[in-house]
Design a protein around this ligand. Structure first.
Ligand code: HEM
Length: 564
C-alpha cells in the first residue's frame, strides 16, 4: 500500500518534471527561433525598436483600449494614444519603420509618397489582408473586407461594387430613401431638443440609426423605421458584437484563439451574439429567396441570389457565389458602412458647433443654391463648393479609418531598400498623410478654404485619401459621399447648431474604437425657419406609403442599370 502510494507520488513528480522540462525545451526552442529569425529573415527590415520575445513591442496592443487608457491616462495631445505612439515612432525611426505585435512583423508607412508607392505602384504585393484570429473565426475570411487578395475576392468585390453603383451613383435611386430618413432625423432631433432643453442632444444614436437604415435598405431592401423592433435588435446585436470584439478581453483571442470556445464571460456572450446575428440574417435571406422575382430585384440580396442562379444555370464549377458568401458579404457591408459614415457626420456636426462662422457660410451657400424649401439633392453637389470643401476638411482632420484596414504582403519584396518578408502586416497611416505639414499649410488647423481656389472652385488633391488608395480602396466611397453630402446639407438647411450654453466647448480629442470617433458631445438645435418646420416635419416621417413608393423607384433604377 505504502509502496504503491510512493510510486504514485514518484510518478507524479516525474510527470511534473517531464512537463517542466518540455516547457523549458519549448521556451528555449522558441527563443532560439526568435533570435534566428531576427538575424536572418528580419535582417534588412525597416528600422524599429528592439522587440521582446512573445509580446514584441506592443504587448499592450492586445489590451482592450478602455483598460489601456486607464493605465496610460488620456494623452496630452488630441490624437488617440495609438496614433500618437506611431507618430512618435516615425520621428525616431523615419517614415517607414517596423514593430512587432507578438511575433508578427508590422511595417508602418507614413506619408503619401510611401503609401502610394506601395499600394498603387506594387499592388500585387501589398493588397493582401492579414489573418487576424478573431476576425478569421468570425468571418472565415469570406466576404470582402478581410478576404485574401485573389480571384474570389476580385469577383465578389466587382459584383458588389457594380451593384452598389446601380443603387446610388448617377441614378439617385437611393436618394429618396436617404431624404425621407433625414426628415425623420430632423423631426426626432427637434423633439429630443425640446425634451432636453438647454442640456442639448447627443446626436450619435440618431445619426447611427439613420446611416444603418440606408445600408439596411440597400442590402436588405427594407427602409426600417427607427423604432422597428427587428431593426433595433439587429443594430443592437451588431453594436454589442463589435464592442465585445474591440473593447473586452475577447481581444485576447488574437493571441490564444482557443479562448473563443470558453463557456463563460464575454467569450460565451460573443458566440451567442454571433448565433443571433446568423439567425437574423439567415431568416432575411430565406425570406428573399421565397419571394424572389428575378425580373424585379429589390436589393443587393436579390441581385446576389440572381447571380447565384445565373452561375448555376451556366454550370460554373466552384462558384464562390453561395449562401455562405452572401451572409458574410452582408455582414461586411453593414460593418464597413455604418461606423465610418456615422463618425464622419458626427465630426462634421462637432466642427459646426466649434466654428459658427463656417456654419453660417455653408448655410448661406445652401440657402442661395437650394433655398429653404426644396430638399437638397446630390445634383446640387457641384453648386455647393464651400459645403463640399468643409466636409473634405473635416474628413482630412479626422481620418475615421486612420490606419486603413491592415494590408499584408503576399510575397517578399524589396521596398525603398528594405526587405519586407511575405506575410508582413502593413499599416498605411492615412492619418499621417492628412496631417503632413509638407502637404498642408498649418496642417492641424481647421480651414475649409484649403480645398478651394481663388475663384471659390473646389480643388481636388491627390493626397486627400480618406477612403484609401489602390486595389483595396473603399468599396462604398460613392455611397458614403452621397450620404455625407445629403445629411449635412439637409441638417444645415434646417437647423442652427450650437453647443449647450454654459458648457465648455466640445473637445476634438479622438477615440479609437472600430473607427476614429469623437468623444460624446451634445448639440442644441434651433430651426432656421420655424414656420416651414411646423408645416413640413410635424408628421411622423417614415410612413409605409413613402417606403413603398421609394421601393418602386429603386426597382426602376436597378432595371435601368441592367439594361445599360
Ligand atoms: C465616410 C465613410 C467611409 C470611409 C471614410 C471609409 C474608408 C475606408 C477605408 C480607409 C478603407 C480601407 C482601404 C484599405 O484597406 O486600403 C475602406 C474599405 C472598405 N470600405 Fe469603406 N469607408 C466609408 C464608408 C463605407 C461604406 C458606406 C461602405 C459600404 C456600404 C464601405 C465599404 C467598404 C468595404 C467593403 C471595404 C473593403 C474593401 C476591400 O477590402 O476590398 N465603406 N473604407
Amino acid at each position: 500500500m505504502v509502496s504503491s502510494s510512493f510510486g504514485l507520488i514518484w510518478s507524479s513528480v516525474l510527470s511534473l518534471s517531464n512537463l517542466l522540462t518540455s516547457l523549458l525545451f519549448l521556451l528555449v526552442y522558441y527563443l532560439v527561433r526568435f533570435y534566428q529569425k531576427q538575424r536572418t529573415i528580419y535582417k534588412n527590415i525597416p528600422p524599429g525598436p528592439k522587440p521582446w520575445p512573445v509580446v514584441g513591442n506592443f504587448g499592450n496592443f492586445f489590451v482592450p483600449p478602455s483598460v489601456r487608457t486607464k493605465i496610460a491616462g488620456q494623452p496630452n495631445s488630441t490624437n488617440a494614444i495609438e496614433i500618437e505612439a506611431l507618430r512618435q515612432q516615425a520621428t525616431v525611426f523615419g517614415n517607414i519603420h517596423s514593430l512587432f505585435i507578438g511575433g508578427q512583423l508590422i511595417v508602418v508607412l507614413h506619408g503619401f509618397h510611401l503609401i502610394r508607392d506601395a499600394l498603387l505602384n506594387q499592388p500585387e504585393v501589398f493588397s493582401d489582408r492579414p489573418d487576424i484570429p478573431l476576425v478569421t473565426i468570425l468571418t472565415k475570411r469570406k466576404g470582402i473586407v478581410f478576404a485574401p487578395y485573389g480571384p474570389v475576392w476580385r469577383k465578389q468585390r466587382k459584383f458588389c461594387h457594380t451593384t452598389l453603383r446601380s443603387f446610388g451613383l448617377g441614378k439617385l435611386s437611393l436618394e429618396p430613401c436617404i431624404q425621407r430618413g433625414l426628415a425623420g432625423v430632423k423631426a426626432e432631433l427637434l423633439r429630443l431638443n425640446e425634451e432636453r432643453g438647454s442640456a442639448g442632444v447627443d446626436p450619435a444614436t440618431l445619426i447611427g440609426n439613420s446611416v444603418s437604415n440606408v445600408i439596411c435598405s440597400l442590402i436588405l431592401g427594407q427602409c426600417f423605421h427607427h423604432h422597428d423592433v427587428e431593426f433595433r435588435t439587429m443594430i443592437r446585436l451588431m453594436e454589442h458584437g463589435l464592442k465585445i470584439c474591440i473593447n473586452s478581453p475577447a481581444v485576447l483571442i488574437n493571441i490564444f484563439p482557443l479562448l473563443y470556445y470558453l463557456p463563460f464571460g464575454v467569450f460565451k456572450e460573443l458566440r451567442q451574439v454571433e448565433r443571433d446575428i446568423t439567425a437574423f440574417l439567415k431568416r432575411i435571406i430565406a425570406k428573399h429567396r421565397d419571394t424572389l422575382d428575378p425580373d424585379n430585384p429589390r436589393d443587393l440580396t436579390d441581385m446576389y441570389l440572381i447571380e447565384m442562379l445565373t452561375q448555376q444555370a451556366a454550370g460554373v464549377e466552384d462558384s464562390s457565389f453561395t449562401d455562405d458568401y452572401l451572409f458574410y458579404v452582408i455582414g461586411d457591408l453593414f460593418i464597413a458602412g455604418t461606423d465610418t459614415t456615422t463618425n464622419s457626420i458626427l465630426w462634421f456636426l462637432l466642427y459646426m458647433i466649434l466654428h459658427p462662422d463656417v456654419q453660417d457660410k455653408a448655410q448661406a451657400e445652401i440657402d442661395g443654391v437650394v433655398g429653404k424649401h426644396r430638399v437638397p439633392s446630390v445634383t446640387d453637389k457641384g453648386s455647393l463648393p464651400f459645403t463640399e470643401a468643409t466636409i473634405m476638411e473635416v474628413q482630412r482632420l479626422h481620418s475615421v479609418v486612420p490606419l486603413a484596414i491592415p494590408h499584408m504582403t503576399s510575397e517578399t519584396t524589396v521596398f525603398r531598400g528594405y526587405t519586407i518578408p511575405k506575410g508582413t502586416v502593413i499599416f498605411p497611416n492615412l492619418w499621417s498623410v492628412h496631417r503632413d505639414p509638407t502637404l498642408w499649410e498649418d496642417a492641424d488647423s481647421f480651414n475649409p478654404s484649403r480645398f478651394l481656389d481663388n475663384e471659390g472652385n473646389l480643388l481636388r488633391k491627390e493626397y486627400f485619401i480618406p477612403f484609401g488608395i489602390g486595389r483595396r480602396v473603399c468599396m462604398g466611397e460613392q455611397l458614403a459621399k452621397m450620404e455625407l453630402f445629403l445629411t449635412v446639407t439637409t441638417l444645415l438647411q434646417a437647423f442652427k447648431f450650437r453647443h449647450p450654453e454654459g458648457n465648455p466647448p466640445p473637445t476634438v480629442k479622438e477615440r479609437f474604437g472600430l473607427t476614429m470617433a469623437p468623444c460624446p458631445f451634445s448639440v442644441c438645435v434651433t430651426p432656421r425657419d420655424q414656420k416651414l418646420f411646423n408645416h413640413e416635419y410635424a408628421a411622423d416621417a417614415l410612413t409605409p406609403e413613402f417606403i413603398s413608393s421609394n421601393k418602386k423607384k429603386s426597382l426602376f433604377a436597378i432595371k435601368d442599370a441592367k439594361l445599360r
